[in-house]
Write a protein that binds this ligand. Structure first.
Ligand SMILES: [Cu+2]
Length: 146
């Protein structure tokens, strides 16, 4: 008789825990631990844009790609740094996502319809130099004395 009661109790306990799991959804931040174990690929490339609003649009577009862990666009350098899981996505997918939001990248021209929908301050110049390096020695020979 005790056995029966025990098994009923066990079943009830299982039922409760599984119910708990059902309502919990995927909010548990176990992914932070996992992402540390996955080898992340760091990538940076040029993206045109003007201001802080551009920054949030560009970064949102990049982060919208599954597998992208982080995205930081630099308004001065016109360049984005992304970190992504190369088993889930690749560079060109991220380029395309940013281009779809209306912004030119080094490899893909921004979608013109999306560009038209951008706020006035964000209508960047399509001839803007991107991926500007602060210590750019390529073209500038004024710095040295040979
Ligand atoms: Cu802007």
């Amino acid at each position: 008789m005790k056995k029966v009661i025990l098994s009923v109790a066990i079943i009830a306990a299982i039922g409760l825990t599984s119910c708990k799991n059902g309502t919990k959804k995927e909010v548990e931040p176990t992914t932070t631990e996992v992402s540390k174990e996955i080898a992340m690929t760091d990538l940076s490339f040029g993206v045109r844009g003007n201001c802080g609003m551009c920054k949030s649009t560009i970064e949102k577009a990049a982060k919208g790609v599954e597998g992208v862990a982080s995205a930081h666009w630099n308004v001065d350098k016109k360049k984005i740094d992304v970190s992504f899981d190369s088993t889930k996505t690749d560079a060109i997918t991220i380029h395309n996502a940013i281009a779809a939001s209306g912004y030119d990248t080094e490899k893909v021209d921004g979608d013109l319809e999306a560009y038209d929908g951008l706020p006035g301050c964000c209508k960047y110049d399509h001839d803007m130099a991107m991926n500007q390096s602060v210590d750019n020695k390529d073209e500038d020979h004024s710095g040295h004395d040979h």
